[in-house]
Design a protein around this ligand. Structure first.
Ligand code: LLP
Length: 415
């Protein structure tokens, strides 16, 4: 699943760097990313959209390390953000505000002002109340806020219920039937300019059909708006393209986009996308070391130095991440529960995996580039993992491991 991972003399390498070397230099647990894999993933979007007026806005929440953002910024990416903090990261990494779209149901006044001052490309507005607040915030700054309404097309994306977002029962977007009235309201507000329309139906999508269905509904609305004299400049179809973790067979970017390009063929609006996972998921892994092997009555445990605070997806979604031994070993393979040191039964990284392991061996948890580090925490006063970006034969530490002192630096004991 990690596209630039290969075995050289029985030892796993990411691009031209041995994972063993990374563990020695930077310690474990460490997230390791491949610049070549990031680049290839972005280029597959660019190629599939070649010749079309389009903008790929990387969804920063998937992995917000400045090095990752800078790789995409250099390739010409736009960015999809969900907080003022993410905007600050994009700017610090060299991204341009003019290519930023701002999603999210709870934008604060402070975030609105910051984004307006920086001159972002578009606010994806998710409610009537937000529309009014944004109009007011823009007025106070003497600016016009560019907006799209995020509409909720009520299609079933057929993915994990926690990550489906386009159903009527979700908190996201404005109901399809209310969109027209809200666009009319937006057109009447003095400090807004209507730029586009947005929708996002869910994540880890393996079937292009629901997105195409949503796009068809959106197009109907675009035409209705045009008939009322509300012309849109862009159509944002969100993110969501899935990746292979285990045995999934996600469509290629080109296959995923084909029905959409057909639906919008010959139309002048710019097409925007907000992919996160498909750009970074299989460009990264979590490198961890076995602390102890423990052979219980019913199960064998490999207790590793990474835990649910580093990679929450297994505990949170029962998500599958492939686990591979970094070096070939002489010891016989056994079935292991791969677990961390945290005091919770939910602290597992992988169930029932056949691996040949000895104490001190390195294990790589694959497909961890998306929603890995960004969802990590300091539970059990564990500093967050280091992050390393491999680029050919070079390995750059792009985030230092957190020190324990930094974890309580903002705290004070009572006098
Ligand atoms: N745009 C919007 C408005 C979103 O809500 C999301 C993801 C994306 C774009 C990017 O979607 P992607 O291309 O990555 O599927 N933590 C979960 C995933 C949550 C996704 C939330 N929204 C996980 O670890 O699977």
């Amino acid at each position: 699943p990690v596209t630039t991972l290969r075995s050289v003399a029985d030892s796993l390498h990411l691009e031209d760097v041995a994972l063993e070397t990374i563990a020695q230099r930077f310690g474990t647990p460490t997230y390791v990313y491949s610049r070549a894999a990031l680049t290839a993933a972005f280029q597959s979007w660019q190629q599939a959209l070649a010749g079309r007026r389009a903008l790929v806005c990387y969804a920063v929440k998937a992995n917000s390390n400045l090095a990752v953002l800078s790789v995409f910024a250099k390739l010409g990416a736009g960015f999809d953000i969900v907080s003022g903090g993410e905007l600050a990261r994009v700017l610090a990494a060299g991204g341009s505000a003019g290519k930023v779209v701002f999603s999210g149901v709870g934008k604060s006044r402070t975030e609105m002002r910051y984004a307006l001052e920086q001159g972002i490309r578009c606010f994806n507005v998710e409610s009537a109340a937000e529309l009014e607040r944004l109009n007011e915030a823009a007025g106070q700054l003497g600016k016009k806020a560019p907006i799209a309404l995020r509409v909720n097309p009520d299609v079933d994306p057929k993915t994990h219920p926690y990550i489906s977002t386009g159903l009527k029962s979700n908190k996201f977007g404005v109901a399809f039937d209310e969109a027209l009235a809200l666009y009319r309201r937006a057109a009447s507000l003095p400090n807004l300019t209507i730029s586009g329309i947005a929708c996002h139906i869910g994540s880890q999508l393996l079937d292009p059909a629901p997105v195409a269905e949503a796009a068809g509904k959106v197009l109907g609305l675009v035409d209705q708006l045009a008939a009322e004299g509300i012309a849109l400049d862009h159509i944002d179809l969100g993110g969501g393209l899935g990746i292979r973790y285990q045995d999934e067979t996600p469509p290629s970017v080109a296959t995923y986009l084909a029905p959409l390009l057909e639906i919008f063929a010959g139309r002048k609006e710019e097409l925007c996308f907000e992919p996160g996972r498909s750009l970074v998921g299989n460009a990264g892994l979590l490198l961890t070391r076995v602390e102890y092997l423990k052979h219980g009555e019913e199960k064998n445990f490999a207790i590793v130095d990474a835990a649910m605070n580093d990679l929450a997806r297994p505990a949170l979604y029962d998500a599958y991440h492939e686990a591979v031994a970094v070096k070939a070993s002489e010891v016989p393979a056994q079935r292991y529960e791969i677990v961390g040191p945290i005091c919770e039964s939910g602290d597992f990284l992988a169930h029932d995996r056949e691996l040949a392991l000895a104490d001190g061996d390195l294990v790589a948890l694959l497909s961890a580039g998306a929603y890995g580090m960004t969802m990590s925490s300091n539970y059990n006063t564990r500093g967050r993992a280091a992050e390393v970006m491999v680029d050919g034969a070079q390995a750059h530490e792009v985030r230092a491991r957190e020190t324990v002192e930094s974890l309580y630096a903002l705290e004070r004991p009572l006098p």
